[in-house]
Design a protein around this ligand. Sequence first.
Ligand code: GLC
Length: 536
Amino acid sequence: METSRAWWRSAVVYQIYVRSFADGNGDGTGDIAGMRSRLPYLERLGIDAIWVNPWYRSPLLDGGYDVADYREINDRFGTTVEAEAFIADARSHGIRVLVDLVPNHTSWDHVWFRAALAAAPGSDERARYHFVDGRGADGELPPNDWQSVFGGAAWTRVPDGQWYLHLFDESQPDVNWDHPDVVDEFEAVMRFWLDRGAAGFRIDVAHGLVKAPGYPDAGTATNDGRGQPESLPYYDRDEIHPIVRRWRRVLDEYDGDRMMVAEAWVDASRRPLYLRPDEYHQAFDFDLLTATWDAADFASIITASVASAEAVGSEPTWVLSNHDVVRHATRYGLPNEVEPGLWLLDGDRGLLDEARGTRRARAAAMVTFALPGSAYVYQGDELGLPEAWDLPLDVLQDPIWHDSDHTVKGRDGCRVPIPWEPTGESLGFGSSGAWLPQPPEYAPLAAAAQETDPDSTLELYRAALALRRARLADEFGFELIDRGPNVLAFRRGDALTSVTNMGDDAVALPGGEVLLSSGPLVDGGLPPDTTVWLVS
Ligand code: GLC
């Protein structure tokens, strides 16, 4: 049961993409040893929790979102014993750990899928997945028109002629949530990690899981992985919610306010369903992540999210970047008219204004830290890292590149290993190379280079998170203030007022004592692309 003012309600959660965070054993891939060594850095940053991207045994064909064993750590990252020690170590640094759970699909290397392939059509082993006969005279056509998020048909044929469903890569077969083994297994996996001290879960593809009976065609609706206002027969189905309620009961058996956050790419009007008191604690607000730099858009998204979370007793959950989208320092450096897409950029780099992107990224981070609710920080955001735009095509590993027949580059540009030092091989990421090459612009942004610079993004994050902790730990109201067009301003009771100039010209600085600003203030004015926090 939730105690009063549970920790997650105002938590700042730091997302670790294990492969790219820190390489402790020098094999070019990040690992748990590296993560443990950086816990003092994370404590100093001032975060409350870590969400660890999948660290399980996996062929890593989708970066670990293809899980072969939910109870075992990938041997490239460490061992299950080390994972448990990491959770305990983090706790001694005052940091909780959320584990990433992937319940929509397994890897094709999972023991269940191997058994399904070895078993006959109609068997119980096959019934744990979606194996279906094809259309056409000999079943040579896929069972329906469903498309994979990554490109191509969502069905792959096996030698005996049946087809299996994969909403993502063919190495990620969707499991069948009507099968009792699936229900029982994921509850058991939850208990496994809760027993090892996990504070809860980030639930992958929470809008997936259940598919419409009879697998009807999707028709004209496309599967781009984003929120779908029109209903697709495999997303956001009402039958998802009883599953979520079972998970919630498992979490509630444990003490310590364990929680779960949904990666639900659903229309904003549907998000509150996932946040009902007996369902998820949080669901990522991807509306702000997909918004362009516009004060009116930001204001209406924020108002709607605050109201809809409050209506169901939850909290808004802000996200600017993650391992699936173009880093926001780059998104914000593009003109608003350019639709950057969520995935790696193909467009004209000449349109990019890097300095503006950095200014806006800093200003936006301060907005999310001042808002009510919880904020998620993707590793490297605190360094102001841009997207690695020009990765050579031959290093790309995202399955999107392959599945789209090399037409969409995918998400590797936001997954490049973190620069810890300004010099040296792999910029302090590890003692040898890095699994993806770091672009030259990462060297001056290395954590060690920013440590000593009071104007750095790292110091801004530290200062903002310390102020947030000191001033916004309790509940405060939220009220938008009208400071004219192109200005996003809101008050958090007496705790602080946040003002962001999202226009092209400087605006007058409101009265009050300045606590922090994301950039220099000029002659008593608030320059464009700048956020200031004040108290009266
Ligand atoms: C989620 C993950 C993404 C992964 C996909 C399939 O959207 O965030 O990285 O590729 O699910 O598991």
